[in-house]
Ligand binder design. Structure first.
Ligand code: HEM
Length: 419
């Protein structure tokens, strides 16, 4: 994020639309009107360092193009940005998407990491997780039996993904709550335009996460289990990850699993609360939950934006990118592009092409957990409304104040009917 932050702060002028999108606090809560100001304009450049787009075609092309990358790997960075690597970076303050995180490096290094981690996410393994997801959802709902008012995020939406990822990474039960809290505090480091003060606050959480993870790896080295981290530790041969790589890969999966699916489930409950007819339709047609999850991903994308940097001279939508020029890709804006989605502002769980969204990105960094996230959300929502058919939002919902992640901090709900 140091790279992204510096790039954007150096690149954007105060007052222009791109700077506003990066800096204006109001747009954290509701970025959608700003997307419409950029709509239909292809690539919009703030200056010779940074551009942005909300066009589905542009975002899709850039994400799939090998002329662009995340450019975090040492030595892969184009000349104009190489000075950034001379900064002394304290490894204990690296965020989950900082290099050498898989998300921050380009092929061929990326290909090597991805191959190892992908072993944990094969269709067969994810399919097998389905039963575990249903059991966890059932247990959480049992714990809520008789409770009429609760915070959906705290008691349900966050607990389910945390348990699933913690299982995957071999995290002991007593550490899960603390890690969830740390992940929340550190999530702000994903945002561009972060102030030094915000970073210093998140840094405390990042340091604690690193210390915990180091101890976790040591424990698994002594006593390996059948989790992903143990598999990576035991790996031999040329693809073996070094300790720093292993550390960053583990933190990324932990953060990706903790910080995103919770938002998807919360966003779904909030949207269905505003569209009771569509909730009724799903209650009568439970096969529709899969498509409904894609519509929530499209309409309320849990990851609103990402960044790519031109690795060589290239052209997109008539704009020439010199090496080092960055482009902010507003996935949440692309997902409301009328060129792809009819009546895009409308929420419609039966939308035929909802799954054409870019909420999981595209190209080599396409979300590795996409099928797991879809499965978790569909199972969680169906089980929730089966057990609590009259569940509704009751009280003041609070959004998370982050720009990249879109979701709720608190979503108070009430339920009285029992099944
Ligand atoms: C990458 C979204 C859940 C693991 C990504 C990216 C997006 C994304 C947009 C790519 C960013 C970019 O291209 O710059 C989401 C959303 C989720 C979700 C919206 C839930 C609703 C998960 C889960 C896991 C996961 C549950 C793991 C268990 C990853 C990993 C990457 C990734 C490892 C990096 C892939 C790579 O660099 O090759 N995710 N994600 N995600 N996600 Fe997810």
């Amino acid at each position: 994020h140091g790279l992204q932050r510096s790039l954007i702060q150096r690149g954007a002028r105060k007052g222009d639309l791109i700077s506003r999108m990066v800096m204006d606090p109001a747009l954290r809560l509701d970025p959608f009107p700003a997307y419409e100001e950029l709509r239909g304009r292809g690539v919009i450049s703030a200056n010779d360092l940074i551009s942005a787009s909300v066009d589905h075609a542009v975002c899709n092309e850039v994400l799939r193009s090998d002329a662009f990358g995340t450019a975090g790997g040492q030595g892969e960075l184009p000349k104009p940005l190489q000075w950034l690597h001379h900064k002394v970076i304290d490894p204990d303050t690296l965020g989950p998407v900082d290099p050498p995180s898989m998300l921050a490096v380009d092929p061929p290094l990326h290909t090597r990491y991805r191959k190892q981690v992908a072993r944990a996410f094969t269709a067969r393994k994810v399919g097998r997780m389905g039963d575990r997801v249903s059991d966890v959802a059932g247990d959480l709902l049992d714990d809520l039996a008789g409770v009429e008012d609760f915070d959906l995020v705290e008691r349900y939406a966050s607990q389910l993904p945390v348990t699933v990822i913690a299982d995957l990474l071999g995290v002991p039960e007593h550490d899960r709550g603390r890690l969830l809290a740390l992940g929340n505090e550190a999530a702000v480091t994903l945002d561009p335009g972060l102030s030094w003060r915000q970073f210093r606050r998140a840094e405390v959480a990042l340091r604690e996460m690193h210390t915990w993870f180091r101890g976790h790896v040591e424990r698994l080295r002594e006593d390996p289990g059948d989790d992903l981290i143990s598999q990576l530790i035991l790996l031999d041969g040329p693809d073996r990850l070094d300790p720093v790589e292993l550390h960053q890969v583990g933190l990324l999966v932990l953060a990706a699993g903790f910080e995103t699916t919770v938002n998807l489930i919360g966003n779904a409950v909030a949207m269905l609360d505003g569209h009771p007819d569509q909730l009724r339709f799903l209650q009568e047609n439970p096969d529709g939950w899969g498509n409904a999850v894609d519509e929530v991903l499209r309409h309320q994308s849990p990851v609103q934006l990402t960044l790519r940097i031109a690795l060589r001279r290239t052209e997109v939508a008539g704009k020439v990118f010199e090496p080092g020029h960055g482009i902010l890709l507003y996935l949440g804006g692309a997902n409301r592009d009328p060129a792809v989605f009819a009546n895009p502002a409308a929420f419609d769980v039966t939308r035929a092409n909802a799954d054409q969204h870019l909420a999981f990105s595209a190209g080599v960094h396409f979300c590795l957990g996409a099928s797991l996230a879809r499965l978790e959300a569909a199972v969680a929502l169906r089980a929730l409304y089966e057990r609590h058919p009259d569940l509704h939002v009751a009280g003041r919902a609070e959004r998370r104040g982050t720009r990249v992640l879109r979701g709720f901090e608190r979503l108070p709900v009430r339920t009285t009917a029992r099944v």
